[in-house]
Design a protein around this ligand. Structure first.
Ligand code: ATP
Ligand code: MG
Length: 235
C-alpha cells in the first residue's frame, strides 16, 4: 500500500466514513481507527446516510435512530465525530455520496485533505459514478479490505477499470472482522446475543427501541414510534 505524501502544506487531514450504519458495529469502528492512525488523520467524521430510496429490499431504521446509534458508538473516541448532513435531507432530497463529498470540500474551502473511507466492496462502485473524475480531484479514497476480499485482486480490478484512479485510492488491510450490520440484524431478529459485536450502548439502544425485532421495545421512548416497521410501533 502506498501512503500519501507527507503533509507539507500543513492542511488538516479529515476522514469521511459514510454508511447506512443500521446498526454501526465494531467492523466500522476498527476500520475508522486503524485508518485514522495509519494516515495520521486529524479526525474521522461518520456520515450516516439519509432516507433510503423508496424501493429497498428491507425496512431501514429511521435516519434519527441510525444517527443516534452512531453517536453512542463514537462518543468515547475524541477523534470521531458524526455529521447530520445526510440525515437532515428530506426523503425527496435524497443525498448521494458525491454531494456529501462536495459539501465537505466546500465546507473546508478546499483547505483540508479529504479521505473518503469505504469498504473494499463499495470502492468499485465509485468508479462507476458519473462524476468520479471530479471526485478524485477533491478527495482521496481509502478502501478497507473486508474478510473475503483479496487486496491484489482489488488493485488489479481497479487498475483494469480505471488505471488513473489508482493514484488516488489507497487500499488498506484491516484486521479481519467478519461483522456486518446484516449479521447483527439477523441475530437480533432471532433473539440471539449481539454482545461484543457493537458497543454496549448501541446494543442497549437496539433493545430499548425494539429495532430489528418483532418483540416489543423494552421501554416507551418517543423515538420508538417513528420506526418504519409497524411491529416496532409503540402502542
Ligand atoms: P449491511 O450488512 O447492512 O450491508 P454493513 O455492515 O456493510 O451493513 P454499511 O453501513 O453498509 O455496513 O457499511 C458502511 C461502510 O463500512 C461500507 O463502506 C462498508 O464496506 C464498510 N464496512 C462494513 N463492515 C465492515 C467490516 N467488517 N470491515 C471493514 N469495513 C466494513
Ligand atoms: Mg453493506
Amino acid at each position: 500500500m502506498k501512503l500519501p505524501l507527507p503533509n507539507v502544506e500543513d492542511k488538516q487531514s479529515i476522514g469521511l466514513m459514510g454508511g447506512t450504519f443500521d446498526p454501526i458495529h465494531l467492523g466500522h469502528l476498527v476500520t475508522a481507527e486503524e485508518v485514522r492512525i495509519k494516515f495520521a488523520l486529524d479526525k474521522v467524521i461518520f456520515v450516516p446516510s439519509g432516507h433510503p430510496p423508496h424501493k429497498v429490499a428491507r425496512d431501514v431504521s429511521t435516519p434519527e435512530h441510525r444517527y443516534l446509534m452512531t453517536v453512542l458508538a463514537t462518543i468515547t473516541n475524541p477523534y470521531f465525530n458524526v455529521s447530520r448532513v445526510e440525515i437532515e435531507r428530506t426523503r425527496a432530497e435524497r443525498t448521494y455520496t458525491i454531494e456529501t463529498i462536495r459539501f465537505f470540500h466546500q465546507f473546508y474551502e478546499g483547505k483540508a485533505n479529504l479521505f473518503f473511507i469505504t469498504g473494499a466492496d463499495a470502492i468499485l462502485e465509485i468508479l462507476t459514478w458519473k462524476d468520479y473524475h471530479e471526485l478524485l480531484s477533491i478527495c482521496s479514497f481509502i478502501a478497507a479490505t473486508r474478510p473475503g476480499y483479496s487486496l491484489s485482486k482489488l488493485e488489479e480490478t481497479i487498475g483494469a477499470v480505471c488505471p488513473e484512479a489508482l493514484y488516488n485510492i489507497y487500499i488498506v488491510e484491516i484486521p479481519a472482522m467478519a461483522i456486518s450490520s446484516t449479521f447483527i440484524r439477523n441475530r437480533v431478529s432471532e433473539g440471539k446475543s449481539i454482545k461484543y459485536l457493537t458497543p454496549e450502548a448501541v446494543t442497549q439502544y437496539i433493545l430499548k427501541n425494539g429495532l430489528y425485532s418483532v418483540a416489543k421495545p423494552q421501554y416507551k421512548t418517543p423515538l420508538s414510534s417513528d420506526t418504519k416497521n409497524k411491529n416496532h410501533k409503540m402502542k
